[in-house]
Design a protein around this ligand. Structure first.
Ligand code: ARG
Length: 458
């Protein structure tokens, strides 16, 4: 077992204890970040005269050769190493000898792992941002092509008022836009370098922490070394942001599942995004949407798990924190996969405009508009509400829609009705009259704002 700390021990670690304690099997994901951090640390040590230039160059060369071999597959991050930090250091010493033993000067694995994880999350925040941008593009393209695709808007899953597909997806655009902004603000807040915090109390070497921070593209070094090694707030924030993204993806998935059902048929998923049944030949199931909905629980779990892990930890570092990794990695993989698949599913889906318009035309989604018509003719809204309510009842008895009700029946309820009632309650009129900011009648403006938002995103 290659461990970094044998000196004060007289017995070997129990094999089970070693297995329980090791983290290499999962923290090897941090290899690239670990080497990146070590290179910056070594450069800083040499600048401060703690290492010679020759030692620095030898270490940098050794690290680069390890990197090359891991990349090519000649060296595998596996075997009897406690963690990725031990793996890199042991291999370095094996390759370059004594100079390698100086790499860890003025550093602890506590600030090292805090750094690696921060670098990793920063990279992943950028990746999530890019994926969200792609998803927003897919949503915006649905919006742009469907400003006149009429459909029922729902409350309580009951038809409420006519909207358009552009308007419906516009709501998701806003949700994922907030998600993107949330990820950006977390990235900004977390961009602080813990390296140089040491085990918890800094170090006696004259480190230049700001220099290391700068080399690693952080905004600054952290203020307090105890906080530096024990802060996992940014991880909890990030998992929170992923949970909210999943919540949004899950709601959209749920709608796709409903819209794809035999009863609704608002959307036809592409064959490439659906699966069949082993027994029922007619089936085409929306498994991908269901899986996105299902995986949401996993990401919530990671978020709750880390909150609970952290709640009782005394300062500064405790080994409990090693538990932050697997669940975070899993939550990131899961969320990234789901964002990507949702984009693909949306891009390949075909929306059934006729079905949506037909559905919007039935179920009295235009009843509010009929009442608004009476208001425009001088009838107080509360009276108008009662009149239309009675007419809806009449339609239900006759199994017809408001558009199909003869004018005589309208006028029997209220003399204010005239021939123009039919134009006033057409789907087109219902949508076009809704001109308040954010309403379906002014989607062109909303689309313009959405386009501008994506254009100014780098
Ligand atoms: N594998 C550890 C972790 O993930 C690295 C830090 C270990 N530090 C220590 N003092 N044992 O947290």
């Amino acid at each position: 077992m290659a461990q970094l700390w044998g000196g004060r021990f007289t017995k070997e670690t129990d094999a089970l204890v070693y297995q329980f304690n090791q983290s290499l099997l999962f923290d090897r994901r941090l290899f690239e970040q670990d080497v990146r951090g070590s290179k910056a640390h070594v450069r800083m040590l040499a600048k401060q005269g703690i290492l010679t230039a020759a030692e620095r160059d030898r270490i940098l060369m050794g690290l680069a050769s390890i990197e090359r071999d891991v990349e090519s597959g000649a060296l595998k991050a596996e075997g009897e190493y406690e963690d990725i930090h031990s793996f890199v250091e042991a291999n370095l010493i094996e390759r370059i000898g004594d100079a390698g033993k100086k790499l860890h000067t003025g550093r602890s694995r506590n600030d090292q792992v805090a750094l690696d994880m921060r670098l990793y999350i920063r990279d992943e925040a950028d990746a999530v941002k890019d994926l969200l941008k792609e998803l927003l593009e897919a949503i915006l393209s649905i919006m742009s092509g469907n400003t006149e695709t009429y459909m029922p808007g729902f409350t309580h899953l009951q038809k409420a008022q006519p909207v358009t597909l552009a308007h419906h997806f516009g709501a998701y655009f806003e949700m994922f836009k907030r998600d993107l902004e949330r990820v950006l603000s977390i990235r900004e807040r977390m961009n602080i370098c813990p390296l140089g915090s040491g085990a918890l109390a800094g170090t006696t070497y004259p480190l230049d922490r700001e220099y290391t921070a700068e080399l690693l593209l952080f905004d600054r070094a952290c203020e307090n070394s105890m906080d530096g090694v024990s802060d996992r707030d940014y991880l909890i924030e990030f998992l929170g942001a992923l949970s909210i993204i999943m919540m949004h993806l899950s709601r959209l998935s749920e709608e796709i599942i409903i819209w794809n059902s035999n009863e609704y048929r608002f959307v036809e998923l592409d064959d490439t995004y659906a699966t069949g049944s082993s027994i029922m030949p007619q089936k085409k199931n929306p498994d991908i949407a269901e899986l996105i909905r299902g995986k949401t629980g996993r990401v919530y779990g990671a978020s709750a798990c880390l909150l609970v892990t952290m709640k009782g930890l005394p300062l500064a570092y405790d080994k409990d924190m090693q538990e932050d990794k697997e669940l975070t990695f899993d939550a990131i993989d899961t969320t990234k996969g789901c964002i990507h698949l949702m984009g693909g599913m949306l891009k390949s889906a075909v929306f059934n405009r006729e079905r949506m318009a037909e559905s919007a035309g039935k179920g009295f989604a235009n009843a509010t508009d009929a009442a608004d018509y009476l208001v425009r003719k001088g009838v107080p809204f509360r009276d108008a509400h009662g009149i239309i309510g009675r007419l809806v009842l009449l339609c239900i008895e006759r199994n017809c829609s408001l558009d199909e009700l003869p004018l005589a029946d309208y006028r029997r309820e209220c003399q204010a009705f005239e021939e123009d009632i039919y134009g006033a309650i057409s789907l087109k009129a219902c949508v076009e009259r809704r001109m308040t900011k954010g309403a379906p009648g002014v989607m062109d403006e909303e689309i313009k704002r959405a386009r501008a938002f994506l254009d100014q995103m780098m």
